[in-house]
Design a binder for this molecule. Sequence first.
Ligand SMILES: Nc1nc2c(c(=O)[nH]1)N[C@H]1C(S)=C(S)[C@@H](COP(=O)(O)OP(=O)(O)OC[C@H]3O[C@@H](n4cnc5c(=O)[nH]c(N)nc54)[C@H](O)[C@@H]3O)O[C@H]1N2
Ligand SMILES: Nc1nc2c(c(=O)[nH]1)N[C@H]1C(S)=C(S)[C@@H](COP(=O)(O)OP(=O)(O)OC[C@H]3O[C@@H](n4cnc5c(=O)[nH]c(N)nc54)[C@H](O)[C@@H]3O)O[C@H]1N2
Ligand code: SF4
Ligand SMILES: [Mo]
Length: 736
Amino acid sequence: MNRVSGQNPTVGTVRALCSGCDIYCQVNVEIPASGRVGDVRVKAIDPRPLKANICMKGVHAPEGLSHPKRIMQPLRRVGPRGAGQWETVSWETAMSDIADRLQTIVDTHGPEALAVSTSPWNTQTDNGACRRFMNLLGSPNWISGVALCAGNTAAVNRLVYGWYPFPDYTQTHCIALFGHNPKQHSWTPIYNAIRRAQDRGAKLIVMDPRKSESAERADLWLPLKPGSDAAMCFGWLKVILDEGRYDADFVARWTTGFDALRQRVDAFPLSRVAKLTGVDPELIAQAARLYAGSSPAVIPWTPVTDQQRNSTSAIRLMCTLRAICGNLDVPGGELLHGFHPDIVSESELEMHDALPAAQQAKQLGADAHPAFTYRAASALKAASRRVWGHDWPNIVSGGMMATPSAVFRAMAEGAPYPVKAFFSLGNNTLMSFANMQLMERAILNQDLVVAFEHFRTPTAQLADYVLPGDAWLERNALSDSFGWTAIYRPSQQAVAPPGECRGAYDFWRDLAHRMGLGTHFPWESNEALLDYRVHKLGMDFATFAEKHPYHMHTPQYRKYETTGFATPSGKVELSASVLGDMGFDSLPYWRDDPAPHADYPLTMFMGVREDEYFQTGHRHIASLRARNPEPQMFIAPDDAAALNLAAGDWAYVETPQGRVRLRTDIRTDMPRSVVRVPHGWWLPERAEGDGSLSGARDHADAQISPDDPAHLDQEQGIPHLRGVACRVRRCADQET
Ligand SMILES: Nc1nc2c(c(=O)[nH]1)N[C@H]1C(S)=C(S)[C@@H](COP(=O)(O)OP(=O)(O)OC[C@H]3O[C@@H](n4cnc5c(=O)[nH]c(N)nc54)[C@H](O)[C@@H]3O)O[C@H]1N2
Ligand SMILES: Nc1nc2c(c(=O)[nH]1)N[C@H]1C(S)=C(S)[C@@H](COP(=O)(O)OP(=O)(O)OC[C@H]3O[C@@H](n4cnc5c(=O)[nH]c(N)nc54)[C@H](O)[C@@H]3O)O[C@H]1N2
Ligand code: SF4
Ligand SMILES: [Mo]
């Protein structure tokens, strides 16, 4: 720690990883003499333009974490679920009751009756402990926000070439963004990296129905219809294959299924692709030529194709483009990191081999939608061991997951078997998947619900226990971007956790000890476990954190030339054998949108992240809320006029599933007939117990997001959030 002397009210600085969002900027944190989190100051390490990796959420984190409504002690529900009546209890009381009740549920229904939803970037000190606990207990029913974000992409990428590559922005010649729109206050380091690449001369291609901030700066902007990304990729491939703009040598040596793919692609002449995407065929051809002609080029991850009914095909088509254009594992392309050889990974700590095959086979949703479940991961086990040295790589924490919709159905309806205990850690579950109505029934049908949180979110409001979690400024942590890269970065604690707040590892260790699994949790604290994780480097975590802002070995390129790819064939499987063996089309395909419905003439997408908030969080922070006080729908001027909507009017966006109430924002960047719905709005200031779940029932997008089979991706079972039919009408009641 770097001590500062004199009158300065700070007593030192540490380097931490902001977990205000999932990009984990490394920031300087000034430690206050008071030791209070509210007095901490968070600053960029390098303040120069396009180098400053920090956004307003990071700067205002101390304000958020010292909010009077933060939970400081364990809470036990005393009234009916959702009534807002709580008593404070000790950790001892809470944990002993939770362990007893969980044991009863396990004894009655089996260990698979426990389901857990957690987004590891929020809890940060999990260190694989959650999966370890569940695997030892015997439950395969783990779900996460990553089912809709990067985790699922990672699992699909594995089916094609065995790892999920990370773009090399520093040397690339071309960046193709399928919707993804990093901004100064949204995934700031990626925004900075893209801007710096553009300054160096890299080309930018943006596919977005809306003229987004990235589209404004792009060399080419393709305004495609929401939900049509897979069709767009087919169009690119048609041009690239027809014109021979691919790496024929790589294709011949390192791919399987090329001829079959070529036949499939032939069914997508640009005239068809233009109809499906709404984009001029010449523009599609120009974009394809620019991408293929600018190697090394990158197609960075995008949430857009994580959240579509053609998700698996779209992601595989992007994999195909990367591979055949020669961009895999080359400088300036997309790097297959694998594991850091000297640091113990979460994949290793998770102990997936401890979960018996019979329990793995019970994983909910795996029969119908196996792509990110144990079923698909088992088929890749031998190949993963051969190439990466591990059976169960858990990349972006998205491996070996159950299918969320199937878990919620089992929780609500008891079929195919009962799930009766639900834990939600650092995830506002009720609002963070599709079909909130189902999720609410699911949670209300539980015998035990535990939320591990900072605030009484709508999910926590339905819990039996709400446990107080520590925050990133209050803990030590280690990150490899959730198993995506072989680059480790430490995060140093700045202040002690307030009240009785604890870390995620403490929670799992305590529960494990109470449930007879203690021998597998020998590290008595998060710090002891961090020491273990870096022990092969010959130092403890504190030393590691001081010495190494990041730790990585010199990248090795084209590693597949010695190891092969981590797929059953050892090659890039353009035709994915694992999917074929599970009864799916082994080639990417296009599935038409559900038939149009006269009552729902518009199309909506969820998205356009708001600078001030991360997902469903942060709306309690006054400085941020003042900038963006209410949930807003974006709509084009002509559509607003046709619907008699003026700027600022309250309007309902409706689907057959439900409706949300949003303010009208008339925007010229929106195309005709398309509506933007914001994700994750609730009103933390609204008192609990009035039946609105603090406004979630009025505003949460999950209420209008369907999860019926027509709106689910087939291989993954994830919902379509980009391109659902909807209608809009002005609210009769314009009061707030
Ligand atoms: N309907 C719908 N669902 C979606 C999306 C969508 O657009 N629409 N987007 C998807 C995407 S892209 C993502 S990434 C996921 C995001 O999923 P998550 O990252 O899980 O985000 P949230 O559901 O907002 O939940 C985060 C919760 O963690 C709590 N929290 C924050 N920090 C800490 C901490 O340090 N400790 C503890 N214990 N708790 C903490 C916050 O108070 C908040 O309630 O959601 C996905 N789900
Ligand atoms: N401030 C802030 N920053 C964040 C977050 C946050 O909550 N707040 N969340 C973080 C997380 S977890 C994520 S996943 C990212 C998400 O952030 P982004 O990757 O930028 O995704 P979105 O903002 O949801 O949408 C980006 C663009 O997709 C376009 N779009 C909508 N539908 C489609 C479609 O079907 N196809 C295509 N090609 N484009 C479409 C929209 O017009 C929009 O401009 O942001 C991260 N950064
Ligand atoms: S972009 Fe903002 S919220 Fe996300 S990690 Fe960086 S500073 Fe924190
Ligand atoms: Mo996300």
